[in-house]
Design a protein around this ligand. Structure first.
Ligand code: HEC
Length: 148
């Protein structure tokens, strides 16, 4: 009984910890964009891996959306490190050039993906390699700049 109560209390605490991020703060804004990026790229990857039915039109819309999102988070990293429940490593502010470099790489590969999808009809096989590049670009930055 006591154990269960502790679990419930911890869960409630975890929830309030999330709620404490002000959605209008730079941290809240970039987190929301990253979440949308994850959802969008998971749907695209899912269509290529057979978790979701492949639909060329939907894929093209998603790729365009992802390319827009890929340009969006960086402006919400303030010049000086902000406080709060951030999983960004201090290196984001210490090595800004490298960080920008990896951000541009992501923008480059999402741009490529979006431009391929402009010519319909699409085949899942032709999209796999460019989608892999997008996923690799997310991972490359996270392994250098995000705490896991
Ligand atoms: C140039 C670096 C960089 C690239 C590229 C990048 N991310 Fe991130 N991502 C970060 C950093 C830094 C954070 C931590 C943000 C914070 O908490 O302040 C983060 C956080 C996240 C989060 C957690 C958000 C939350 O709720 O705390 C998700 C999900 C995420 N990224 C998904 C993605 C996906 C998907 C891609 C590729 C499509 C991607 N990221 C590409 C740097 C990057």
């Amino acid at each position: 009984m006591f154990k269960r109560l502790t679990v419930v209390l911890l869960a409630a605490l975890a929830l309030t910890a999330c709620d404490r991020v002000d959605p209008n703060s730079p941290l809240g804004k970039r987190k929301a964009i990253f979440k949308d990026m994850l959802k969008t790229s998971e749907d695209l990857g899912g269509m290529l891996r057979g978790r979701l039915p492949f639909d060329g039109g939907k894929f093209a819309d998603g790729a365009l959306k992802l390319d827009g999102l890929a340009h969006a988070p960086w402006q919400h990293f303030p010049k000086v490190r902000d406080d709060g429940d951030s999983s960004a490593r201090p290196e984001v502010w210490e090595r800004q050039e490298r960080f920008q470099d990896l951000a541009s790489q992501l923008e480059g590969v999402t741009g490529q993906l979006a431009s391929i999808t402009r010519t319909q009809p699409l085949e899942a096989t032709q999209l796999k390699a460019p989608m892999d590049k997008v996923e690799a670009a997310c991972k490359a930055c996270h392994s250098e700049f995000r705490n896991h």
